[in-house]
Write a protein that binds this ligand. Sequence first.
Ligand code: HEM
Length: 394
Amino acid sequence: MTPDVVRFRQADLLAGLYRRFGPVVRVGPYTYLLGPEANRFVFAHAELFEVERAFQSLVPVDGPTSLIVSDGEDHQRRRRLVQPALAHRQIAGYVPVMRANAEAAVEAWRPGAVVDVYQEFRRAIRRSTIHALFGEELARDSDFFGAHLQVLINLIDRNPAVVTWLRRTKAPAWRNAMRARRAVDARVYRAIEEARQGAMASGVLTSLVQSDGLSDLEVRDQVVTLIAAGYETTSGAMAWAIFNLLRHNGVWERAQEDDDYLANVVNETLRLYPPAVVSARVAAQPFEFAGKKIKQGTFLLYSLYVTHRLAEVWPDPLRFDPGRWERKPAPHEFLPFGGGPHRCIGAGLATTELTVMLRVLLQGPRPELLPQRVTPAGLAAMRPRHGLRIRVAG
Ligand code: HEM
């Protein structure tokens, strides 16, 4: 039987620990900073934390100079260069590309067919993100990127200790991943070369190569980061939104007619199913929080999922209720995109993409959500583990 609300056992355990022990909980090598006050603290005291060591596990995909693993001045400089392409005004210009990609996916479905909407929209979102940010030429290779990046994503999805062991022993999984990375890199470096020669008219790549002082490696890392971070998380959110639209009575019909309601469905989806279940930091210096001393170098995790399902912040938290968005939550209560100086740079793009693509889906007749086990997977980009199967209206 398809559940009403999907629970992530691992993250629910954390909520139990928060209730028992308060906001600072040590589990093995990790220290969790849990609850709204911990979020507020992390966002307000960026100087106490670093992300470079916290997100080392992403380096095989995103590269050593990626925005995601950058601190201090390097972070500011790289973020400043990427930001303009993700500004509000630019995003509005990407809408036709988003819509066209969603339409191409939906129009290919035969009436009565069973489709996995997670995979279908994942593909559409990847193509649309690459097209919007880097142009049509690179978007033609979207499936190529998808195939190779998947090998790398599968690698970093594993326990970091296992990844280290695979690297040291040069195990087949590591060698495959490095082969995939070389293929991705060759394509991206070719695009960088073309952009340097002025062959590309616009896009983030042009502004990155035109900016002073960014090496080819830095440009490569930002490009791959934006592609990978852009579709991994958003496609998980898309699947959860479709699950909510189809699982709860009347939600699909109301969302068809009311844009504000659809926006609330998206928010309520990001509350119950924040793709980043946790985010990480490393203590850059010793500090104290909630009466507990944290040593320099401690690996810290703060949890979006736990906060989003706390009854003291969200009454009746497991109820899917788009109506609750009459109240605007504080940034430490609703944080699907994190917060502080490392807050997701693609938040606006992701929200627009979700809304535009859902609107395309909602224009057609209501599909049927097939009975299925829906279990979550992935702490960095939570998705339905086995996808999400629907039957297209006949
Ligand atoms: C629903 C979709 C998305 C979710 C839930 C999401 C979530 C997040 C979270 C939680 C962080 C870490 C914030 C922190 O720890 O403080 C983050 C960072 C980041 N995200 Fe997203 N993201 C999404 C879509 C995107 C998109 C579409 C892009 C780009 C096209 C993107 C690019 C990035 C980058 C580059 C960072 C690092 C920012 C920095 O350190 O300055 N994300 N995202």
